[in-house]
Design a protein around this ligand. Structure first.
Ligand code: SAM
Length: 239
């Protein structure tokens, strides 16, 4: 079965949204992956179809109800091997390694939060894994879910052509990507670095690696330190 994303949201009309066009959209039409957006409100039970309540203990905003969301998760009938994620600013930061892992599996269930957040008891009872797309606060989990799905879909078999293969890009080896150039040779007085037009593949590779390392060290000291620590570990060997 192709990779599948099941999204639980109060705004199913936000899907596939931008994932319906370009690379992901073509792959969706071609059946290389599938997307199901389910309306959490369909699992509301009271006559007002309410999905939220005021926070216990007081405070601003509203909280998504545990009973409604649990019913929505249960109604989705998710196979036990599929990851169950909750988009959340306090979650584990999404990384390319997590994306690769998710892309290699059957595809996740993704719960999109709204309001001030969701009742903790459903996170615990349905063992939702909280995932954040960065240290800022969005108004809802839908855009975060679109980000996560987009990152996974482009790695699925057959989605990217050989030419755009994802092996040589930022994060694939803990380095930011080297600068890219294309024609024209001269742009507003700036030329393409000579080495790239030299035809010497070894020199090109060495130049790109040096650029990637310099960029990573300058822009992402956190990634650079991790990489150095790992390289030190590899040199010392196990034990
Ligand atoms: N009160 C919450 C807090 O401070 O953590 C913020 C809730 S936010 C307004 C509403 C929903 O947007 C969240 O439940 C989550 O699903 C989603 N969201 C917001 N920022 C996010 C982020 N950085 N990563 C993933 N999801 C996010």
């Amino acid at each position: 079965a192709p990779w599948r994303a099941t999204v639980l949201t109060l705004f199913p009309e936000m899907f596939p949204g931008p994932l319906g066009v370009s690379l992901a959209g073509r792959a969706l039409s071609a059946g290389l992956w599938s997307l199901e957006a389910r309306d959490i409100r369909a699992s509301a039970t009271d006559k007002h179809r309410s999905v939220d309540g005021t926070p216990a203990g007081g405070g601003p905003g509203m909280v998504l109800r545990a009973d409604v969301l649990a019913a929505s998760i249960d109604a989705a009938g998710i196979a036990p091997e599929r990851p169950r994620l909750l988009m959340s600013p306090r979650g584990r930061p999404l990384t390319q390694a997590m994306v690769r892992n998710l892309a290699d599996g059957p595809g996740p269930l993704i719960v999109c939060g709204r309001f001030e957040g969701i009742d903790q008891r459903v996170i615990d009872a349905r063992e939702l894994v909280e995932v954040s797309i960065g240290d800022y606060v969005l108004s809802g989990g839908e855009i975060a879910a679109l980000v996560l799905i987009d990152a996974c879909v482009r790695l699925l078999p057959g989605v990217m052509g050989k030419l755009e293969s994802g092996t040589d890009e930022s994060f694939s080896d803990d380095l930011l990507e080297y600068p890219q150039y294309t024609r024209p040779q001269l742009f507003e007085g700036r030329t393409i670095p000579d080495v790239l037009t030299s035809g010497d593949h070894a020199k090109v590779a060495a130049w790109r690696r040096a650029q990637a390392e310099a960029l990573t060290e300058a822009r992402r000291p956190d990634l650079w330190a991790e990489r150095r620590a790992r390289q030190d570990g590899e040199q010392k060997g196990p034990g």
